[in-house]
Design a binder for this molecule. Structure first.
Ligand code: ACM
Ligand code: ZN
Length: 495
C-alpha cells in the first residue's frame, strides 16, 4: 500500500505579515528539544528568550543569532536550511523579528521549519494597538498574552489607556483617594451598591513593561486631560470648575465636567502625576489625551475666565491649547514626548503647539493631515478607516461591538498615508494604531474576538503593505494562527 507522502508547506505560504522578500528552498529543519541555540554577545538575552519560546536549549549553533553591522533598526535576515537556522541582524529588535518568523513557522507546521531565505524589515516605525483598561479592567496575564501575540505579528507599541470618566488605574503616591474613590465605579444596573474596578499595582505595571520590553514593545501610558476626568473629579472635586459633587461615571459618553483651567492646584496635581508616571513608565512617550473636552463649564467659571484674561486668550478653545502646552511642558521636564488625540489641534491656529507633540488622528484622517502640514509627527488611527476595533465586524444585530463598523476589508487595504496627503506630509506619519475601547467588552475572550484577525491585517499593512484582496486571501491562515495561539477570533464575512 502506498504511503501518503507528507508535503512540507512552503514558508512563503505560512509567514504573516508577508515578508519583504522570501525565497522558498528544498527541505526543512526539524526543531527538537535537543536543538541548540547560540548567539553573538549582543543577542544573549534574546537567545535565552528563544530557548524558552521554542523549547530548545542553549549551547551549540543549530540555531544561531548572529550580530552583523549594516542592517536597519528592525531589519533581519533569516536562513533556514536542513542543517542550521541563522538569524542575522544589527539590533536586538531586528533579531527579535527573525525569532518571530521561526516561532510562526514552528507553530503552524509542528516544529518543522520549511527551508527558506527571508530578508525583511518594516515599512512604518510606529505599529501599535491601544487597550482601554478603564471601561473594562483587563488582567495582567491577558495584557501579556496580547503583547506577545501583537509582537509576533510585528507590532511594537502598546498604548495603555489608564484614566477616564469611569475609573483611574495608575497608582500615584500622596493622593489616596485615587484608589479609594477614583478607581471604582458604582454599577448602576444593580441596586445593591456594588462597585467595579481597581488600580493596577506598581508591581503589575513593572511586570507588564518588563514583559513588553522582552517582546521589543514600548509601553505608552495615557493620562487623560482636560476632559474624560469624572473619576479624578469624584476623588478631588476641587479640580473641577463647579467643585462638584461628581461621581465616577457608570454611563458612557462625553461629560461636561472637565478640569478647571483656572486652578493652579490642579496644575500642581498634574505636575506630580506626570512626574510619577514618568518614573513608573520607562519608555519615551506619555499620552496626555485631549479628546472630547466640552468647554461649557469654562464659559461659566470665574477662575477659567480670569485665566483667559491673564493669558490673553480670546476664546475657550484657546484655553484647551494653553492647557495642552502646560501639560506637554510637564512631560518635557522629564525628557519625554507628549502625544495627544487630534482635538489638541483645535484653537491653536494662533497659539501653536509644542512642535514635538505627536498627534494621534482618530476622527478620520483630516486631523493627521492637518497636523502633518503644521509640522507634527502623526500616528494614524482613523475610526473611519477600520482602526476602531470596538466597532462591529459587520452591520448586523448578530455581531457584538459598539457604535460603528470596521470591516476586515477596510483593515486589509488600510494605509496610514491617505492618497490626499502631500509628499512632505507623508514623511511626518510615524505609522498607525488600532484602538480597542471596552465599553461593550465584558471579557478577554470578547476582546480577542474583536481584535482578531483585524489586528493581524493592520500589522501587515504597517509592516509590508499589500493589495487588500491579497490580504483577504490570507484570512484563513490568520484564523489558523488564532487557533494555535488559543485566541478567539471572528470567522465571518469581510464586509
Ligand atoms: C476617542 O475615541 N475619543 C479618542
Ligand atoms: Zn474653571
Amino acid at each position: 500500500m502506498a504511503m501518503k507522502t507528507h508535503q512540507t508547506p512552503k514558508a512563503s505560504d505560512l509567514l504573516f505579515p508577508v515578508p519583504l522578500s522570501i525565497e522558498d528552498r528544498e527541505g526543512a529543519y526539524r526543531l527538537h528539544h535537543t536543538t541548540t541555540i547560540a548567539a553573538s554577545p549582543p543577542f544573549e538575552a534574546l537567545a535565552d528568550t528563544a530557548a524558552q519560546l521554542l523549547g530548545c536549549k542553549r549551547g551549540g549553533e543549530d540555531l544561531l543569532f548572529k550580530h552583523q553591522e549594516g542592517f536597519g533598526d528592525e531589519e533581519y535576515r533569516l536562513t533556514i536550511s536542513k542543517v542550521q537556522v541563522v538569524v542575522t541582524a544589527s539590533s536586538e529588535r531586528g533579531a527579535f523579528y527573525g525569532l518571530g518568523a521561526i516561532r510562526k513557522l514552528a507553530l503552524l507546521n509542528d516544529n518543522i521549519l520549511p527551508a527558506c531565505t527571508v530578508a525583511d524589515k518594516p515599512a512604518f516605525q510606529w505599529r501599535g494597538f491601544m487597550l482601554d483598561c478603564v471601561r473594562h479592567f483587563f488582567s495582567v496575564d491577558f495584557i501579556k498574552k496580547l503583547i506577545d501575540t501583537a509582537s509576533l505579528f510585528g507590532l511594537n507599541r502598546f498604548h495603555w489607556h489608564l484614566t477616564d470618566d469611569q475609573g483611574w488605574r495608575i497608582p500615584i503616591d500622596g493622593w489616596p483617594e485615587l484608589e479609594t474613590v477614583a478607581s471604582k465605579r458604582r454599577e448602576l444596573q444593580y441596586e445593591d451598591g456594588r462597585t467595579y474596578g481597581r488600580m493596577y499595582t506598581k508591581e503589575e505595571i513593572a511586570e507588564v513593561q518588563a514583559f513588553a520590553h522582552s517582546r521589543q514593545m514600548l509601553v505608552i501610558p495615557e493620562v487623560e486631560t482636560p476632559g474624560h476626568v469624572s473619576a479624578l473629579l469624584a476623588a478631588y472635586p476641587e479640580f473641577g470648575c463647579s467643585g462638584g459633587p461628581y461621581e465616577v461615571q457608570d454611563r458612557w459618553g462625553i461629560f461636561s465636567e472637565v478640569l478647571c483651567a483656572g486652578n493652579d492646584d490642579m496644575l500642581a496635581f498634574f505636575d506630580d502625576v506626570i512626574t510619577q508616571v514618568a518614573s513608573l513608565f520607562t519608555d519615551p512617550y506619555i499620552h496626555i489625551g485631549g479628546d472630547e473636552c466640552p468647554q461649557t463649564e469654562w464659559e461659566q467659571c470665574p477662575k477659567c475666565q480670569a485665566r483667559m484674561r491673564s493669558e490673553g486668550l480670546k476664546a475657550e478653545r484657546e484655553l484647551q491649547s494653553w492647557l495642552t502646552s502646560r501639560i506637554s511642558a510637564m512631560v518635557h521636564a522629564h525628557g519625554k514626548r507628549p502625544i495627544g488625540w487630534d482635538e489638541v489641534l483645535d484653537g491653536t491656529e494662533e497659539m501653536g503647539l509644542p512642535s514635538d507633540l505627536i498627534v494621534q488622528s482618530w476622527q478620520g484622517v483630516r486631523g493627521g493631515i492637518e497636523a502633518a502640514k503644521r509640522g507634527h509627527q502623526v500616528v494614524m488611527s482613523p475610526n473611519t478607516e477600520g482602526c476602531y476595533l470596538d466597532y462591529r465586524h459587520l452591520d448586523s444585530e448578530e455581531e457584538m461591538g459598539n457604535l460603528g463598523v470596521s470591516t476586515l476589508r477596510q483593515l486589509a487595504s488600510f494605509t496610514p498615508t491617505p492618497p490626499e496627503m502631500d509628499e512632505h506630509s507623508r514623511t511626518m506619519v510615524l505609522g498607525a494604531q488600532a484602538n480597542l475601547w471596552s465599553e461593550r467588552v465584558l471579557s478577554s475572550r470578547q476582546a480577542e474576538y474583536l481584535l482578531f484577525p483585524r489586528l493581524q491585517l493592520l500589522a501587515q499593512q504597517l509592516w509590508n503593505p499589500q493589495e487588500g484582496e491579497k490580504n483577504l486571501e490570507k484570512v484563513e491562515l490568520l484564523i489558523r494562527y488564532c487557533e494555535k495561539l488559543d485566541l478567539a477570533c471572528y470567522r465571518g464575512r469581510a464586509e
